[in-house]
Write a protein that binds this ligand. Structure first.
Ligand SMILES: *Cc1c(COP(=O)(O)O)cnc(C)c1O
Length: 421
């Protein structure tokens, strides 16, 4: 325990080449330890200025003229920038709708393309909403597909062997979260993609917990399809629209099942028949939410400026540091590590289990000024966003997690849970 000190954490911060990025975000509460950047990223200062310009000038003064002064191109222009963080070509990424809706569009498109194949593979670590969307897609397509959910043996690591064993020529689509939302386990995108391709299956990756936190190499992995959020590590703002990636050669054969005028070849000709615009635009559907779409850009710019390699190096150093803190301070008071020990298999958050996880989480939020998040049944998730999380944050978080138990602070709270956790 003595080998950790605040001075040591501060020295690590002083040596951190990305330390100055924290000042590019609104961080006005010095004592607050914010470890929920994997649910809602912090507000970039540049977004504050851009929001004012969007509302006061672009909307207030320029009015409808703004559509021709940049708004119409926003989905593909910002998508093109985001592509650089995903190892994809600029014309393979667009921004539209929510992650769930994009999953529906791409899953249905892929299943129609894979006619004759009836199985969809996923795992029980996937984000439940993704499973709900797939269940809805199956129902809409007539109920002849089966969703097979491979079980993880320990709730932490992805069931790679079970997935590979189920791959055969009847599998249409594999749908996985690249970085798993509960444990932070990261799949080997290249290996899974290659195995799926070997039997003619397509793979759809959910990158919600990967984008901006781990390097993603869609093209190098020969990935087919991907979707993901922009309000987590990308810092795009609450409910900011999501992205979708379709590999260049799949863009023409795949059809957007929610065909709308924003994907129409010439939307302002108001023709009565849908003619898909070539490329990523035909995966758009309706009018984009311009204000929240435009506000994604400062977050993308900050990640690009820092560089994914440098961000990953810091994230690995920080998760290793926190695992060491856990071992020294937290394991002795009942916290379990529910995240892979091997850095190569780990994204940018640490999950801790504890028999009193829910009540500890309440104590952290209400008494100890730590904002983690909680995932049932007992997961306290500590999101590490290398753009702004400091080593001192992690040191304080470990101290306060320990304090919550040592001082019995959690015992003030009931085991009852509210609707949103
Ligand atoms: C956060 C998250 C989502 C969220 O989807 P929405 O449509 O934005 O609600 C989906 N999938 C995964 C893996 C996530 O982590």
């Amino acid at each position: 325990m003595d080998s950790f000190s605040l001075e040591q954490a501060q020295a690590l911060d002083a040596a951190d080449p990305l330390q100055h990025f924290r000042q590019r975000f609104v961080c006005d509460e010095p004592d607050l330890i914010y470890l929920d950047g994997n649910s809602l990223g912090r507000l970039p200062l540049a977004s504050v200025a851009l929001a004012r310009d969007l509302v006061e000038r672009q909307w207030g003064l320029r009015l409808i003229r703004s559509w021709n002064e940049g708004w119409f191109e926003l989905p593909t222009r910002i998508g093109g920038k985001l592509a650089t963080l995903l190892g994809a070509r600029a014309d393979e990424v667009a921004i539209a709708d929510s992650t769930s809706v994009n999953l529906f569009k791409l899953a249905v498109a892929a299943l129609r393309q894979q006619r004759g194949r009836t199985r969809i593979l996923t795992d029980d670590l996937n984000f439940p909403s993704d499973l709900y969307v797939l269940q809805g897609a199956i129902e809409m397509l007539g109920g002849s597909h089966q969703l097979e959910i491979a079980p993880s043996t320990d709730g932490v690591h992805g069931p790679v062997d079970a997935l590979l064993a189920r791959l055969d020529a009847d599998v249409a689509l594999v749908v996985l979260s690249h970085t798993v939302f509960k444990s932070g386990y990261v799949y080997d995108m290249t290996a899974i993609t290659a195995a799926a391709h070997a039997v003619g299956a397509l793979v759809l990756w959910d990158l919600s917990h990967s984008v901006g936190s781990v390097p993603v190499t869609l093209n190098a992995a020969n990935a087919d399809l991907a979707i993901g959020c922009t309000y987590k590590y990308v810092n795009g703002g609450p409910g900011a629209p999501a992205f979708l990636f379709v590999r260049r050669d799949l863009q023409a054969p795949l059809r957007n099942p929610v065909s709308g005028w924003m994907g129409q070849h010439d939307p302002f000709a108001f023709g009565l028949e849908y003619v898909a615009e070539p490329g990523m635009r035909h995966f758009l559907t309706g009018t984009p939410p311009v204000v929240s779409l435009a506000l994604i850009e400062p977050g993308v710019d900050l990640l690009a400026e820092a560089g994914m390699a440098a961000l990953r190096a810091k994230s690995v150093q920080q998760t290793e540091y926190f695992v060491a803190l856990w071992e020294a301070l937290l394991a002795p008071v009942g916290y379990m590590l529910k995240t892979p020990r091997q850095a190569a298999q780990r994204g940018s958050h640490i999950s801790l289990g504890h028999a009193e996880g829910w009540r500890i989480n309440q104590a952290l939020i209400r008494d100890l000024n730590v904002l983690p998040d909680f995932r049932a049944p007992d997961n306290i998730r500590l999101g590490i966003a290398p753009l702004y999380t400091s080593f001192a944050d992690l040191y304080h978080a470990a101290q306060r997690l320990r304090q919550a138990v040592d001082e019995g602070i959690y015992a003030r709270y009931s085991r009852q849970r509210p609707a949103v956790t």
